[in-house]
Design a protein around this ligand. Structure first.
Ligand SMILES: C[S@@+](CC[C@H](N)C(=O)[O-])C[C@H]1O[C@@H](n2cnc3c(N)ncnc32)[C@H](O)[C@@H]1O
Length: 255
């Protein structure tokens, strides 16, 4: 599938996707260490590059990235998406729990011109077992295809809530439980903690996690291909309320 064959379409939340989350409890989850050995060849997969470009395009179209913004790409892998974002914001922290992945991010960091390298921060970090090491919050947090590796998702989302500045945006990209895992699992014997999400359920979970700060709105996008098939991935956007707290029920979708 080429870059130009894929584009995004927005559908109403929950439409045509069963709202049931299937969990792979019985199967040992992949740990960050299992990514170490794959890090060096990660970027050579064309499907990954196409999806990363689609995600970046959707973010550019929908998130008002600004030159004074601080961005966290959590579970950044080799930092491909983080580097797409860097030219549009003040600084990007590219964090991942895999030493192999972070080594790749550092290699890319070292190849940047000094003025860009100074704004790009590779970081070995696992927020599921380490307190956030940041002294400032973020205007934008993106977690692309990492949540399904996390056992206690509400706990991680609660950390994101604390890190997100008022009016900040959270984007989560995940695999849909409507998809066949064979379509997206690179290593069929290695199963993630969660095997596909009901998009609406994950959206509700994220809105609930933002409750202490208030969620202004949420949207779910699906990556629809030109051949009328839908990509197994979906993109969830949530905006933290700029000032006052509002309940999920009373917040408008576009406010
Ligand atoms: C499927 S890759 C996605 C990489 C990249 N975000 C992308 O969209 O291509 C999942 C990444 O999440 C990282 N990861 C898994 N568990 C993590 C955790 N608890 N904290 C941070 N990163 C984690 C892995 O090391 C891996 O780089």
């Amino acid at each position: 599938m080429s870059h130009t064959q894929t584009h995004l379409q927005t559908k109403p939340a929950g439409q045509a996707i069963p709202a049931i989350m299937s969990s792979a409890d019985a199967i040992p989850p992949i740990g960050p260490a299992s990514f170490d050995e794959r890090a060096a060849t990660w970027d050579s997969d064309l499907r990954r590059r196409v999806l990363t470009e689609d995600i970046a395009r959707e973010i550019f179209a929908t998130i008002p990235l600004a030159p004074d913004w601080r961005v966290l790409d959590y579970g950044c892998g080799t930092g491909a998406l983080a580097l797409h974002l860097l030219p549009r914001v003040r600084e990007v922290v590219a964090a991942d729990a895999s030493t192999g992945m972070v080594a790749e991010v550092r290699r890319k960091h070292d190849a940047l011109p000094p003025e860009d390298a100074a704004r790009f921060h590779p970081l070995l970090l696992d927020l599921t077992n380490t307190p956030p090491p940041f002294s400032q919050g973020f205007n934008f947090i993106v977690a692309s295809l990492v949540i399904h590796h996390v056992k206690n998702i509400p706990a991680l989302l609660a950390v994101f809530q604390k890190l997100l500045l008022p009016g900040g945006h959270l984007v989560i990209v995940e695999w849909s439980n409507a998809a066949d895992p064979d379509e997206y699992l690179a290593h069929p014997k290695l199963k993630p903690a969660v095997l596909g999400f009901a998009p609406d359920e994950l959206a509700n979970l994220a809105v609930k996690a933002l409750e202490p700060a208030g969620a202004a709105w949420r949207t779910i996008n699906y990556f629809q291909r030109d051949d009328d098939t839908v990509s197994p991935a979906f993109l969830l956007r949530i905006k933290r309320h700029p000032r006052t707290v509002c309940s999920a029920a009373s917040c408008s979708q576009n406010g």
